[in-house]
Design a protein around this ligand. Structure first.
Ligand code: PMP
Length: 457
């Protein structure tokens, strides 16, 4: 029971939480995190946890990077705010735009700044519509997204998201968002179907969808290189190559949502490099500033930008932009984050410790509750089952995942379950010894879950 006027009681009284059962929260109460250090956070009762999700897939540099604080302070003291509407600009946003275009894995033209992954996704859809009108192709407005995709929660972004929980009772998705299959081989492949054959089938399904709808009506295909919030779905071999062949054939733009994958997460600077993706638009956020401040960006090539420039001249303005987009303090923190990632070789580090994490988690495959271990670099998931051969979890979807996630927390690990998968996405600064400690705690949590899961089956 929470004490009256305790921090927990006040949270229950006054705070409506995102992604939370608001009624259940009255009994469960909050886990109040008070401080962080390195990969660890400490709650208001003094318990310390490995933050194995880096917050929300985002705190690349851990919870105590002094250089980011110094960068923010310096910028606050010089120019705490300025905007970029109506021809105004400032140094940090110019430096960051140049940096992002320069570091992109394919030739890019310009960067546009927003404050969240959702805003970057909404902006991308609006710019794609604007461009279609600029090109005199007003019929080319539909876009294709995938089952289990996660692109955010604003109206367009939530519509692009392929998860029922983001649509139900919100009257979403909006029209014009088409859906194609999720590339999860373990779950969706037919018996005996190889990864390559499954990838071919997904690409054929995409082509059939395009032909059914009319290729001239399709503007873009949307995808995370690795699907994150849908349960860390790593694409099967040859998937992206085959998908891109179809898109090129029908002149369809490719939007890579790199909000999780960007800046080293998959062991390369961008997920697009890990999978040979050549996007027309990249969406970036989270690790861009290590989430110390909100910032996101859309980076697009000339094929996208040139018609937008023309249309803005025809209309007289590009009537889009957020007050805080490209905020100078957030931009300064982002620049410093990128500098640290480069100076400390954190992308190569993520690849190396990522291999250790993947191998360590794969070592849990002998556990009765572990159905599949999947991942790349420093992002991974364990698919939980009670019946391995039938790939089945407990009767209620998410029941087993919630149970194991609670045991992880009890064993000093903050993870996150997406239905019956538990995800791990630790800060990029995690060391080999910390990876080993994380894996050991996960095993103990699984052991503690076993009797509870059997009792619930
Ligand atoms: N795209 C992806 C791939 C994401 O993972 C997320 C957030 N988890 C978003 C978009 C939305 O970002 P935000 O929560 O900052 O709106």
């Amino acid at each position: 029971m929470t004490q009256p006027n305790s921090i927990e009681a006040r949270d229950i009284a006054y705070h409506l939480h995102p992604y939370t059962n608001a009624k259940k929260h009255r009994e469960t109460g909050p886990l109040v995190i008070e401080r962080g250090h390195g990969i660890y956070v400490t709650d208001s009762n003094g318990h310390t946890y490995i933050e194995a999700m880096a917050g929300l897939w985002s705190v690349a540099l851990g919870f105590s990077e002094k250089r980011l604080i110094a960068a923010a302070t310096r910028q606050m003291e010089t120019l705490p705010f300025y905007h970029t509407f109506t021809h105004k600009s400032h140094g940090p946003v110019i430096d960051l735009a140049e940096r992002m275009v320069g570091m992109a894995p394919v030739p890019m033209s310009k960067a546009f700044f927003t404050n969240s992954g959702s805003e970057a996704n909404d902006t991308a859809l609006k710019l794609i519509w604007y461009r279609a009108n600029a090109l005199g192709q007003p019929q080319r407005k539909k876009v294709i997204s995938r089952e289990r995709a996660y692109h955010g929660v604003t109206i367009a972004a939530a519509s692009l998201t392929g998860l029922a929980g983001n649509h139900r009772s919100f009257d979403l998705p909006i029209p014009g968002i088409l859906r194609t299959g999720c590339p999860h081989h373990w779950r969706d492949a037919e018996a005996g179907e190889s990864e390559e054959a499954f990838a071919t089938r997904r690409a054929e399904e995409l082509e059939q969808l395009i032909l059914r709808e009319g290729p001239e009506t399709i503007a873009a295909f949307w995808g995370e290189p690795v699907q994150g919030a849908g349960g860390v779905v790593v694409p099967p071999r040859t998937y992206w190559e085959k998908i891109q062949q179809v898109l090129r054939k029908y002149d369809i733009l490719l939007v890579a949502d790199e909000v999780i994958c960007g800046f080293g997460r998959t062991g390369r600077m961008f997920g697009s490099q890990t999978y040979g993706i050549e996007p027309d638009i990249m969406l970036l956020s989270k690790q861009l500033s290590s989430s110390y401040l909100p910032i996101s960006a859309l980076v697009a090539n000339e094929r996208v930008i040139a018609p937008i420039v023309e249309e803005s001249d025809r209309i007289g303005t590009l009537g889009h932009g957020f007050t805080a987009g490209g905020h100078p303090v957030a931009a300064a923190v982002a620049l410093e984050t990128l500098k640290i990632i480069e100076e400390r070789g954190l992308v190569e580090h993520a690849a190396a410790v990522g291999n250790r994490l993947q191998a360590g988690l794969a070592g849990l495959l002998d556990h009765p509750l572990v159905g599949e271990v999947r991942g790349v670099g420093l992002v991974a998931a364990i698919e939980l089952v009670v019946d391995k051969s039938r790939k089945q979890a407990l009767p209620a979807p998410g029941q087993l995942g919630t149970l194991v996630n609670a045991q992880l927390q009890a064993h000093g690990v903050i993870g996150r379950n997406m239905l019956d998968a538990v995800a791990f996405c630790p800060p990029l600064i995690i060391t080999e010894a910390e990876v080993d400690e994380l894996v050991a705690r996960v095993r103990r949590a699984l052991d503690a879950s076993l009797a509870l899961a059997r009792a619930a089956a």
